[in-house]
Design a protein. Sequence first.
Length: 134
Amino acid sequence: MTDPTLHTALAQVRDRWRRFPRTTTTLSICPENELRATAQNFGSSDEDFVDPRIGPAELMPERLKQLGLDPAYIKYERPTTYRELERVCAACKSWRRCLLDLSSNNVQAGMEGYCLNASTIDTLTVDERIATRV
């Protein structure tokens, strides 16, 4: 049996945590098992700690922008390539690392290390540079 005072205190902490402005970068880089354990300690679910607007699909356009490419243009001019970029990003296991790199404006870190779309994005970058010279 739990102490009602402890239960009330934990409920207050959980409520304050939910209202506390937090950066998605800090929470997103937290390993899933630690995030889940922390949420359980507060009597909450791990969804309360994660911004649902951030994920692999939202990172790819940001990576393109930081590399000087226009995601809307690529989506319009090369829809098949854009869908392939989205598909690969959606299956990415390194999206939290990607989020951290992009939030610190270190877009090149992933291009050489973990980004599975690196070769496609490199090709788009080269094609863009060639197109702007003509």
